[in-house]
Write a protein that binds this ligand. Structure first.
Ligand code: UDX
Length: 432
């Protein structure tokens, strides 16, 4: 049955959630405080870069609208997803001021029993209980509250929403959880019903586990370099064990993005606040920080002092398919190289504009050839297909030097050596 859905926060998660629910036949009203964003969405224009989103918004334009007016959105909806950012405060707790504004407005418009608030944003465990208490304090006992964490990967977020591995719903009252579960039933995925704190913890534990998997394989890679083993084959051999699985075992220059670094730190803080020292996560974070910097050591081994050396970074986004620069490994790497007085150039197929605001002192190119011509060393930082698919023998020819650091193990070492490169991967030994 079509429902009236509201989504507060038309950012990455909110917009994808809204558009997907509209595509499933529901009437969706998005609300955002950014006027330009609201205008773009009303004009059918997605304010973020996400594959398939424009098409999806176009297909369900009759059922998807956006407004600046929170009251209007609340009146047009029964189930209200909250997808605002909940940035961590200095103590590691979530800043809930935006969520509290919603509760104030609900109180003002005299929300009826119909509303169910559904927290999509990642929030520290215990947030739901705090919001529940605030609702009750405001005389909004009848307003429902559920936790329904998102597990969307940038670049494939629409597919992740419409074909999820699982849907997690935590509730205080079964009827509220039933209403949210009904929305997801047509997707045919397993729906896990649980308490609100457990749902909140599932999100953190999942992301922290995936980040641990990456830091683990990165450490294995570093040991492989010492003992002459090849981490890509080690990962393949490990991944064939059904208990381990092949995913998230690609060694590289570390994980970035808007979720992993933030969520791993938040879980560590959360544990600390409740008196538990989460030792493993401390290492996961530290390994990731060191991993971003190891490239500098590899470059120095070949080039010696990096002063005035021309280093070309290919790829800046934290992963392919996005212009997202948040916590991208390229930022730390560029800053380290600049600190070594190297001259840093960079190319990315879509993230150049976003990168300009993030890293200063780098020369940006929108053409990979201009970027690599005359370089002493090239570092493959993000495995965009247009970068991996470059004519590498030609890259070797136009460079001044011959050093190639493949930060994502995306190239064939034998081919690279045959093309004339001094090749360095992550955790693999190039044939001499
Ligand atoms: C992630 C989670 O996958 C998603 O469930 C959550 O809701 C939000 O965070 P996303 O940040 O879009 O999604 O990126 P993801 O594809 O998971 O990659 C995260 C980072 O890990 C990237 O920097 C990527 O390059 C790195 N990574 C991933 C590795 O270094 N090795 C791997 O094997 C996998």
């Amino acid at each position: 049955m079509p429902e009236r859905i509201g989504v507060i926060g038309a950012g990455y998660v909110g917009l994808v959630t809204g558009a997907c629910l509209a595509s499933m036949g529901h009437q969706v009203t998005l609300r955002d405080i950014d006027e330009a964003k609201v205008r773009m969405i009303e004009g059918g224009d997605p304010p973020i870069h996400e594959d398939g989103l424009r098409q999806l918004m176009h297909e369900c334009r009759d059922r998807l609208r956006a407004t600046l007016d929170l009251g209007e959105m609340l009146e047009a909806s029964q189930i209200v997803f909250i997808a605002v950012d909940t940035p961590p405060t200095h103590s590691g707790d979530a800043d809930l001021s935006r969520v509290m504004t919603v509760l104030d407005e609900l109180e003002q418009i005299g929300a009826t029993g119909d509303h169910v608030l559904v927290m999509k944003s990642t929030v520290p465990v215990g947030t739901g209980e705090r919001v529940r208490a605030e609702l009750d304090k405001r005389g909004l006992e009848h307003v429902g509250y559920c936790s329904n964490p998102e597990f969307l990967k940038e670049g494939v977020a629409i597919a992740d929403f419409l074909s999820p591995d699982r849907v997690v719903i935590g509730d205080f009252r079964a009827a509220d959880g039933d209403a949210v579960a009904a929305l997801y039933e047509p997707l045919g995925a397993p729906i896990l019903r649980t308490s609100v704190p457990t749902a909140e913890m599932i999100k953190y534990a999942s992301n922290a586990f995936l980040a641990t998997k990456i830091s683990f394989i990165n450490e294995i890679a570093n040991v492989c370099e010492e003992v002459g083993a090849d981490v890509t084959e080690v990962a393949e051999g490990m991944g064939l064990d059904a208990r381990i699985g092949p995913k998230f075992l690609s060694a590289g220059v570390g994980f970035g993005g808007s979720c992993f670094p933030k969520d791993v730190s938040a879980l560590k803080q959360l544990a600390g606040n409740s008196g538990y020292h989460f030792q493993l996560l401390t290492s996961v974070i530290e390994v990731n920080e060191l991993q971003k910097r190891r490239v500098v050591g590899k470059l120095k081994r070949h080039l010696g002092d990096l002063e005035n050396k021309e280093i070309a970074l290919l790829g800046l986004a934290f992963k392919p398919g996005t212009d997202d620069m948040r916590e991208a490994s390229s930022v730390v790497l560029a800053a380290r190289l600049l600190a070594e007085a190297a001259s840093v150039r960079a190319y990315d197929p879509v993230a150049i504009d976003a990168a300009r605001h993030t890293v200063r002192g780098v020369e940006f190119y929108d053409d990979p050839w201009a970027c690599v011509t005359g370089a002493d060393a090239v570092v493959l930082v993000t495995e965009w297909p247009e970068i991996v698919g470059l004519d590498w023998p030609k890259v070797a020819q136009v460079m001044r030097g011959d050093v190639l650091v493949d930060g994502r193990n995306a190239l064939d070492p034998a081919d690279a050596v045959a093309a004339g490169f001094a090749y360095e991967g992550i955790g693999r030994v190039a044939p001499s």
